[in-house]
Ligand binder design. Structure first.
Ligand code: M6R
Length: 610
């Protein structure tokens, strides 16, 4: 996690760096800092807490100069404090870093034994001392960075200044993301695309073990070993306005409301309504491949993992292919059996989550074919994959994922339909019904967004004091129950559990009493009767029931204490409509409690630590 930025140009660097950091604050927000070349030396400004503290300090002290670097931190080594905030300085060297230096303890002892005094608890400070030590040995900045990084194990994206070379920033990366932005007058770098969108759409994605020298009139790229590389910038189609709140109180609410548009963009050009098929060359498989897949393994973390759980149901149901889902962190941690004949689908909004990246890499190395489903174009997982099937949800800034989740569902369902058609497990009529239904989903969501928000914001007055909330669902509603619980936990800090409704009687029922609201997902599907019985069991323990029911379902509504109606859909499409009220419920509870909805405590948008 953490976000890093850099600027080399002719304008005042500090406001540009601060503005870019603001767009990266979702990556970490416990402290922040800047380093700028100023009147022959490097000046540093660091503050604890959110960026506004750095902004206030900058307004007070100023930081003139047109070359600089910046950082927003999510603490890994050392608590949030000013000394642990980046940039870290050693002599004339200043460094910002995103990642983790794995051998930092060993390097720290070596440096201390040679007389270096450390001023922080961070792993990053070690990198600044290593670079300094090399520069004292007579090397220029680029060579010093190369030699220092040769001693380091772990993940890093770094940006480095040297007082001796005031016209450049040197950057390097391994396993943490870094993108370079170019214009005619300036060169930028950042951990993620949105940070640079107000300045340029021309971006170069750095690969692992690469180093670049950024100067005002361009950049040079090489391997860490020193071999020169050439890479043309890509044009990114996202606009800066896409990363603004557009009148909404929070990014999360804006992104929930953007779901119809995000889904339309994700479906566009991919649904063949005439033939009831999915058109996509991006999947990277031919008809033979489709028939010969032995098994699908879906790898992801967090919310993306919940999307894969729905994906598994679809793959088995529609394409009759054995499918398993696995948390990427667990898959990597064991000797998983995977190899030729397996199709691994790695699902990640950011495309940079380290656990998903490493798990997918391990599977690919063992012979599996790798398909990426990601939202960030050119991110690490798609770059490594055999093929990439992007979601087109636009930049997602709220730490709690919403629109990217429903876009991931769309891609997983499209892929399942495509596969089912090729494997002969989905007949023409079934496929046409699904494709037609999917095409209508954006409208179905749109129609109920405002009424649901109104109903839920009223409802949370009664329920927002609950300490525990249970979410229950069966079939495709089970992963949505998990997602509803995760959303509530992460932004409102209320303890919530998602359960397969049939499991309630095997334990969680012991938690129930009049103080525990139970959110029951009960669309009119094949599980309806049994979910209804589970609802009655909860009700008998005096739990208050919030039903997510199909519009007009009077029978279900009579059983519930409160109800949010969702559109009636084909059973396979129910996740798209049932999850939206759960996102809104989490949002309204958090807003009611006054928590920091877009930047909840202890979390970061992109998790690049293991
Ligand atoms: O970028 P990814 O989709 O790989 O991120 C995975 C999780 O870190 C992410 O979904 C996380 O659980 C979100 N905060 C959920 O809202």
């Amino acid at each position: 996690m953490c976000g890093i930025v850099g600027y080399v140009g002719h304008e005042a660097a500090a406001p540009i760096l601060l503005d870019s950091l603001r767009r990266l604050e979702y990556r970490g927000y416990d402290s922040a800092g800047l380093a700028v070349h100023s009147q022959g030396r490097i000046q540093i400004l660091r503050t604890v807490g959110k960026l506004r503290n750095l902004e206030n300090a900058l307004a007070e002290k100023g930081l003139p100069g047109s070359v600089g670097i910046g950082h927003t931190r999510w603490a890994t080594h050392g608590r949030p404090s000013e000394v642990n905030a980046h940039p870290h300085v050693a002599g004339p060297i200043a460094v910002v870093h995103n990642g983790i230096i794995e051998n930092h303890l060993q390097l720290r002892s070596q440096l201390e034994a040679s007389g270096v005094t450390m001023s922080s608890d961070t792993d990053t400070e070690i990198v600044s001392h290593l670079i300094h030590r090399e520069s004292v040995g007579g090397h220029d900045l680029v060579t010093s960075v190369r030699k220092a990084l040769a001693q380091v194990h772990g993940a890093y994206a770094i940006a480095v200044l040297s007082a001796a070379e005031p016209d450049r920033v040197v950057v390097a990366k391994k396993a943490s993301p870094l993108v370079i932005g170019v214009t005619r007058q300036a060169t930028y770098c950042a951990s993620d695309i949105p940070a640079l969108l107000p300045y340029t759409n021309e971006m170069v994605f750095m690969e692992d073990e690469e180093l670049a020298v950024l100067e005002a009139d361009g950049f040079s790229l090489s391997t860490l070993g020193g071999a020169a590389l050439s890479r043309r910038p890509r044009r990114i189609s996202w606009s800066p306005i896409m990363a603004e709140k557009a009148g909404f109180k929070h990014f999360m609410l804006k992104e929930i409301f953007e779901q119809p548009r995000a889904l339309e963009d994700t479906l566009r050009g991919r649904l063949d309504r005439e033939n009831g098929d999915v058109l996509t060359a991006e999947i990277g498989l031919n008809e033979d491949d489709a028939r010969n897949i032995r098994r699908v393994i879906l790898l992801a973390c967090g919310t993306s993992h919940h999307a894969t759980l729905a994906g598994r149901y679809w793959l088995e149901d529609l394409a009759k292919v054995p499918a398993i889902t696995e948390l990427a962190s667990e898959f990597r941690g064991r000797d998983a059996i995977v190899g030729e004949g397996d199709l691994v689908i790695a699902v990640s909004q950011s495309g940079e989550t380290i656990d998903t990246l490493m798990a997918a890499k391990a599977a690919k190395e063992r012979g599996a074919k790798l398909l990426a489903i990601a939202n960030v174009n050119g991110s690490a997982i798609p770059r490594m994959a055999d093929a990439s099937f992007y979601t087109h949800a636009g930049p997602e800034i709220g730490v709690a994922s919403t629109k990217c989740f429903t876009a991931q569902l769309a891609n997983l369902l499209m892929f399942s339909i495509w596969l089912g058609k090729r494997r002969g497990t989905l007949d023409a009529a079934q496929a046409r019904e699904l494709v037609e239904g999917l095409a209508r989903v954006p409208n179905l969501i749109e129609e109920r967004l405002k009424p649901s928000l109104d109903a839920i914001s009223e409802m949370v007055r009664e329920f927002s004091d609950a300490r525990d909330v249970l979410f229950l669902g069966r079939g495709l509603s089970y992963p949505m129950a998990l997602e509803g619980a995760l959303k509530l936990k992460e932004i409102s800090y209320v303890h919530a559990e998602g359960y397969a409704a049939g499991e309630m009687k095997h334990g969680p029922i012991a938690l129930l009493d009049a103080r525990v609201p139970v959110v029951v997902l009960m669309p009119r599907d094949r599980h309806y009767e049994r979910v209804s019985s589970n609802l009655q069991e909860a009700k008998a323990r005096e739990a208050k029931i919030i039903g997510i029911t199909t519009a007009g379902d009077a029978e279900a509504q009579a059983l519930c204490d409160a109800v949010v109606e969702v559109a009636s859909t084909h059973e396979a499409l129910s996740p798209f409509v049932t999850v939206v009220p759960l996102q809104l419920y989490a949002y309204c509870v958090a807003d009611h409690k006054g928590t920091d909805v877009d930047q909840p405590r202890n979390l970061a948008k992109t998790v690049t630590v293991e």
